[in-house]
Design a protein around this ligand. Sequence first.
Ligand code: SF4
Length: 355
Amino acid sequence: MVYEEVLEEAKNREITEKEALYLFKYTNNTEKFFSLLKTASYVRDKHLGKEFKLWAHIPSTTKGCVTFPPCRYCWHSSRIRGIKSVNKNASPEEIVKMAKMAEKMGFEGVQPGGGCTGKMGKDAIEDTEIIKRNTNLKVYVNYGYDMCEESILELKKLGVERIGCQLEVINPEIFYRIKPGDNLDKRKQIMEIIEKHGVGLDSGIMIGVGETYQDRVDAIFYLKKFKNLKRTSVCGFLPIPGTPMESELPATSRDIAVTIAIMRLVFRDIDIEGSFGRDEQLQQWIMAGTNIRLIHGLFRLKNSRDGFNKNPFKGKTVDVTENFQFTNLLPFYLKMIEETGLKPGLKNAGRDEGK
Ligand code: SF4
């Protein structure tokens, strides 16, 4: 195979598993890295245009993840007090207020809360009902393997846009080493049920946790078989203070960008999102072919610590309810998106703070 020829072909057709593995192995200098990103941007623009979608994360009625033992990289396993306190649940009235603000700002949709709460999707239904009854926003719910067929059917009836069930790592040895309380087979089963009922699926991969390039290719092409996959993402491992994995090397932004770009050459016309918790790198994810961002940290519990998700822009903060506040991080996102030549997908450009 010749590197440049693979990229030239990729402009007009999906790459194969062999080509994906080749690109992982041979994107080994800056020139090839930029050629790969340029091709991924070309494919994104060709199939999805120049609009970059923006979604908002809002707190939900969920009380947080009950996976035990918690995943070894997750803030739930941090011994540092305070990091966990950011996940307080909101009342239905508070959700309505925050969702309406997000709608007024022009977001396409919202994701309420998340985590495996042990309720088999009941809280996803409750949150979706509240948001759908009070706004015209699209809704994405993400409760991992903590879902069941009955809830999936109920969510379908409510018109949910996507149900999340992240694959994370396809290699079972690595999966259970970093996620001892989770269940890979259950995740796959839930993904199959979501697919069976024709509901939008949201599933992505995690990198930088010891997986091989072949593991990544296997995961990408496993996801490829889902016809209803509407959004995928690459989550680069980022060590969180106080967790059992706090001293391990983070995934580098270059490695994340290469993985996103290769995924764009496979998934040509669906939404692809970059890595969580590193939004100062958004422009690199955009150059690698992403077309969507779910913004965390806009709506937060008052006086909560930043946890691990530190945004370099602090933004102006206003109270939304007695317990929650809104921080206007949008100027930073709009600047980053516009500088790449894309148009932020906010109906009123997000310059109205929704008040
Ligand atoms: S399932 Fe998700 S939220 Fe729960 S412990 Fe694991 S990474 Fe954290």
